[in-house]
Structures are given as structure tokens and as C-alpha cells.
Design a protein around this ligand. Structure first.
Ligand code: SAH
Length: 261
């Protein structure tokens, strides 16, 4: 049972405040009507990434979409840790897995990055955005991470934000530091994590020229996940989990959420 009795949480674009009208997309209305068998008068929880989570009463559901109105705030907005995942695109099913797990593991940004050995030519960012929203709804996040358009490694490095450390998962490098050791040095003097990005390579691995160039940048730490070569999705999930445990929000207690009532 949840505090709100809401059977479902949805991500919406509209601003949320008391009595604010809330519009639902046709696919959301279809899901509520035909899968959950909901109707006008039923309540759902919604969030928009800015105004917290709200209890919403449904006023109308039909083929064209739906409408409701916000009743009361269920949870205050809170930010996810400032952690990006940069990934060389891999095949569809594996990429979907990476996006879903990265959202559950609390990333704030997802960046498809084209490297020398990336074999997938095009990324459907709209599909990834929809997947990110769905994963955020399911895992009770209050925000959906930004999904950037794909860029080359060179492009993203050319515009790299000052102060953000780049954690390169390096499957071969002698220069790579074991992950627990590297991550334990990342927090500032108050124990707060510095903004970070984890970069995972493609199935074909990084080109040695890429690793050499990355290794010369002061913002880069080359990270080892041990002697076994992991698939890109295993490496992504493992590194994100380590970051949350050592630097992120797995360190503190879980804030009171919907399911704790
Ligand atoms: N085909 C490549 C492996 C690529 S694995 C090869 O044989 O070298 C895909 C990506 O996962 C790598 O580019 C790296 O970013 C990450 N990865 C896999 N295993 C890793 C490990 N043991 N340590 C650090 N990163 C790893």
C-alpha cells in the first residue's frame, strides 16, 4: 500500500501545483484505461522532474489522451547525484538494458558517444528518452535523466565542463587504477562527490590512440574493473553501482518514499 493509494506513477511535462490541470499523452491514457482499468475519479501519482511528486485525480481518459488535476504534494523534489554515463552505442536490446539500469542506478545524464570502434551507426534518442522515462516511473525517481544527441568523443571532449572528472573504463590499460581505489579519492574535503562522468567503450574496445589521448587529459582517471573483459553493459552497471556505493546516494539512508507508509 502506498501513502497515496495511487496505483501508478507517470512522468508528465506539465507544471504541477495544487489544482493544476495535468494532461496525459494518448499512450498514458491507453495504459491507464485498458491495462490498469482506471477511470475518472481514480488517482495516480505524477512527477515532472521539477515540482516533486503529486497525487492527481483523473477527470477524463479516452483515445485522444487524458486529463486530471493535481490534488496534493506527495514528495518534495530532490536532485539525483551529478553523475553522467557516456557510452559507445551497442546493439538495441543491450542498449535498452544499459539505459534502463543506468536510470535505476541514478544517473543524471546519458550521452551516446561515437568512438573509433563503435559499430552501431545511428542512435534513436527518442526511443532512449521514452525508455528513460519509463524506467524513472518504475523506480520511483523524481526526475528523468537528460538523454543527449550522439556526439563523437572528440566533440564531447572539446566542450567538456570544468570540474567534471571523466572516469574512463579501460579494459587493457596498465595505467588503469582499481575502481574502489580510484573512486575513494573522488570526493571533496567535505566528503561530497565531485561531478563525474563514467565512459564505457564499445564492444570493439577503445582504440589505443583514444586511450592515449584520454590519458593525457587532467580530468581523466583510467579505471580497471579487474582482469576479466566485461561486456559494455556489465561494465556500465558495475561502475555505476560502485560509484553509488562509494561516492553517491547509497551511502546515506533512503529518504522516506511512497512505499514506506
Ligand atoms: N573487445 C574489447 C572489449 C570491449 S568491452 C577487447 O577485447 O578489448 C567494452 C567496454 O567495457 C570496454 O571498452 C571498457 O570500457 C569496458 N570494460 C570491459 N571490461 C573491463 C575491465 N575489466 N575493466 C575496465 N573496463 C572494462
Amino acid at each position: 500500500m502506498t501513502e497515496s493509494n495511487a496505483k501508478c506513477r507517470l512522468y508528465v511535462a506539465t507544471p504541477l501545483s495544487e489544482n493544476a490541470p495535468v494532461s496525459l499523452q494518448p499512450a498514458q491514457a491507453h495504459y491507464l484505461r485498458n491495462v490498469l482499468r482506471m477511470q475518472a475519479g481514480d488517482a495516480i501519482a505524477v512527477f515532472n522532474g521539477r515540482d516533486g511528486e503529486w497525487l492527481v485525480e483523473i477527470d477524463r481518459l479516452d483515445k485522444k489522451g487524458g486529463e486530471g488535476h493535481a490534488i496534493r504534494l506527495l514528495r518534495d523534489q530532490r536532485a539525483e547525484p551529478d553523475l553522467w554515463l557516456l557510452f559507445a552505442p551497442i546493439k538495441k536490446a543491450r542498449l535498452d538494458f544499459v539505459v534502463e539500469k543506468a536510470v535505476e542506478l541514478g544517473v543524471s545524464g546519458l550521452f551516446p558517444v561515437m568512438t573509433a570502434n563503435t559499430s552501431v551507426g545511428r542512435v534513436n534518442t527518442d526511443r532512449l528518452r521514452a525508455q528513460a522515462a519509463e524506467a524513472a516511473e518504475q523506480c520511483e525517481r523524481l526526475s528523468v535523466p537528460r538523454v543527449a544527441e550522439s556526439m563523437s568523443l572528440k566533440e564531447i571532449l572539446a566542450d567538456w565542463p570544468a570540474g567534471r572528472v571523466l572516469l574512463v573504463l579501460d579494459e587493457r590499460g596498465d595505467a588503469a587504477v582499481p575502481i574502489a581505489e580510484a573512486f575513494s579519492r573522488l570526493n571533496d574535503e567535505q566528503g561530497r562527490p565531485v561531478p563525474a562522468a563514467i565512459l564505457v567503450g564499445p564492444e570493439g574496445g577503445f582504440a589505443s590512440s583514444e586511450l592515449d589521448a584520454l590519458g593525457k587529459l587532467p580530468i581523466v582517471r583510467r579505471i580497471s574493473l579487474g582482469s576479466r573483459i566485461l561486456r559494455a553493459e556489465t561494465a556500465s552497471v558495475s561502475a555505476l553501482a560502485c560509484w553509488q556505493a562509494i561516492n553517491g546516494d547509497w551511502r546515506g539512508s533512503r529518504p522516506k518514499g511512497q512505499n514506506d507508509a
